[in-house]
Ligand binder design. Sequence first.
Ligand SMILES: Nc1ncnc2c1ncn2[C@@H]1O[C@H](COP(=O)(O)OP(=O)(O)O)[C@@H](O)[C@H]1O
Ligand SMILES: [Mg+2]
Length: 320
Amino acid sequence: MSLLSVNNLNIRFRTGDGHVHAVNDVSFDIAKGQKLAVVGESGSGKSQIAMSIMGLLANNAEATGEILYEGQNLLTLPNAALNRIRAKDIGMIFQDPMSSLNPYMRIERQLGEVVEQHEGLSRRDARKRVLEVMEAVQIPDAKNRLTAYPHEFSGGMRQRIVIAMALICKPRLILADEPTTALDVTVQAQIMALLDEIQRDLGTAVMLITHDLGVVAGFCEDTLVLYGGRVMEAAPTLDLFDAPGHPYTRGLLRAVPNIHEATGALAAIPGSPPNQTRPPAACPFAPRCGDAVDACHQTLPPLEGRSRKRACIRPVEELT
Ligand SMILES: Nc1ncnc2c1ncn2[C@@H]1O[C@H](COP(=O)(O)OP(=O)(O)O)[C@@H](O)[C@H]1O
Ligand SMILES: [Mg+2]
């Protein structure tokens, strides 16, 4: 059984201009210990998928479908059971570490409180656990820095503290939403290496959300590509890099800098993302797609395939 099974998830936001169709009929599974990347341009619905799993959707949202965690639907589970799962089993890492940290609270307290509340640890045991986890995320001189405040750390160190906070209850699933986007490139690589090491040690499953396919390459065995809140392609990461099956994935790959370093070519996908208030009853990518034919503008292509899935009616061999 999958650890997490998302089935036909739809997320709509009510606004003054009508409904925003942020996530459309999205299904995927995460097995125990699996690392899944969710990629797509800004606005493609990545964060809202994570927010719906955590129960953090805005008040104007409506989510339908199923989010099964070990067979229990998080969208309909009573609050008490839900809070237990979300506090203990699922950890979340956001892009901006300061959004998860209280600037006025010493590190020891912010992390300690979590385990005191959720695991009933004593102050003393909590302190021990905080130190362990601070060392696990490789904060230098952790012992002497427990009483520091968040602003006393660099951005990269703060993100390590947020990772420590997500790990402290030993979750079985970590949702990491653009965890390195706010950091400079060398620090990005260090944080990804850390996540990788922790994931291997603990066997935690990870859903890594990013707009940057370059980050995904060495880390996630599987990748889900979103566009306009829809899954365009889902495949093992290596296959996806090797032979992208969807024109949108091809566009994203051309936009990854290091892959084309030799030629210096870096192609942004022309055009802009779809209007989510009036989603087309056709392929959402068709207006920007160099391979589109008439039928692409008329029907919504189903997501088809087994180990590799793609939502495109054009044969792969004919894509440019
Ligand atoms: N509270 C809200 N009300 C209306 N629209 C929203 C709200 N929150 C998010 N959206 C819209 O949902 C879509 C998906 O957003 P998001 O999941 O944050 O994208 P990203 O892939 O960049 O993480 C966007 O079009 C965004 O504007
Ligand atoms: Mg986002």
